[in-house]
Design a protein around this ligand. Sequence first.
Ligand code: FAD
Length: 397
Amino acid sequence: MYDIIIVGAGPIGSYLAEKLARLGHKVLVLEKKATAGQDICCTGVVGKECIDLLEVDTDNNLIIRQASSAKFLAPSGKALRLRRNDEVAYIIDRPALDLALANKAQASGVCYLFGTYVTGIQTGTDCLYVEANCQGPKKLFETETAVIATGFGAPLSQNLGFGKIKELVYGAQVEVEISGFDEVEVYLDQSLAPNGFAWLVPTRNGKGIAGLTTHQQPEWHLNRFLSKLKAQGKITSTEVIPGYGVIPLRPLSKTYADRILVVGEAAGQVKPITGGGIYYGLLCAGIAADSLHQAFLAHDFSKQRLSSYQKRWQARLGKELKVGYWVHHLYGKLGNRQVERLHNFVDSNGIPQSIAELNDLSFDWHSELILKMLKHLAGAIPRRAIKSAPGQKAATG
Ligand SMILES: Cc1cc2nc3c(=O)[nH]c(=O)nc-3n(C[C@H](O)[C@H](O)[C@H](O)COP(=O)(O)OP(=O)(O)OC[C@H]3O[C@@H](n4cnc5c(N)ncnc54)[C@H](O)[C@@H]3O)c2cc1C
């Protein structure tokens, strides 16, 4: 019998597995893909705090480059530059990260079974049975507890009664050959990426990643974005296979049950403004490891005890997720003329310079900064958009 079975060998599942093994637990990871790091759709932009948490050597090949500036483009093409003296963000090789985390977990004693698709989890007397399809007949694995780290959209958590996150955006990206630029670019344009944004991120060896988030037709919008970049001479090749994903914008209302936790993107632990899920997922995995360890010490795997996991991650992330979702919703109400006005307002009020000079600027914690900025910007945002925004009390109060 295992202490913990983790379903999913993404960054969150493997990070959690390694933490639990180091606490002395017998851990098995079940992953449907043939290896870790396969078929991944992620640009790999993370903040410095994420790198620190991962304990990744900054000279390591995992880090493709550091970023201390970014260009934000309005619908008209007008650019606003945010430049810092220090590195705020890093672009990592995401497939290599997944592989490195799985290797690290295996070196700590975690067992992995790849090519194993988990179809269900049954409750037994004093244990769980995890049901999986490996090559051959269906297998049952006996365990004290289980963690669902399947990423977003896998049916497992919904089948187990954890509910469904309905607020989502589509993400699409593609590797491109780039020419003549060396800085992260963010495109704020509702016709290019409705209710989302588009990006062009330089990586290495003359390549980059072009991508976007949107509420509709990701493929069509990505093609349009690529044509625009090509016409501007920023990219030279688009003949590559794009990747698509779906990103949750809100967390599950319940992420624990008797003997089971849900963590990472499967739980909706994602920054709603950018769709970035690596850092928040890792933070929650750390909390999940500690909550499970405490449950083992008390030999109590009841939902009452495991509810401490949810209380702790909500205390850490709740405000960020609420404010982030509110900003996402508000932005979606703006037309391009209003986006342009906001862009001009931010520029003419010297906001990029003020942000650049902040001592405590973080790539991952936005709520305080956003609330301060919104007070300045209140006049530039249409009242009807503010009135119709969900959770506006939480964000403005
Ligand atoms: C276009 C795009 C760009 C993005 N860019 C960024 C970025 O720059 N920075 C950032 O922080 N985030 C980014 N994200 C989000 C990021 O990719 C996710 O938040 C992150 O992968 C979540 O990690 P996870 O381990 O929770 O899930 P995943 O990485 O999805 O891993 C889940 C694993 O579970 C496995 N699995 C699923 N179901 C089963 C099952 N039933 N049985 C066995 N195995 C199963 C899957 O095969 C997968 O390997 C981006 C997303 C998209 C779509």
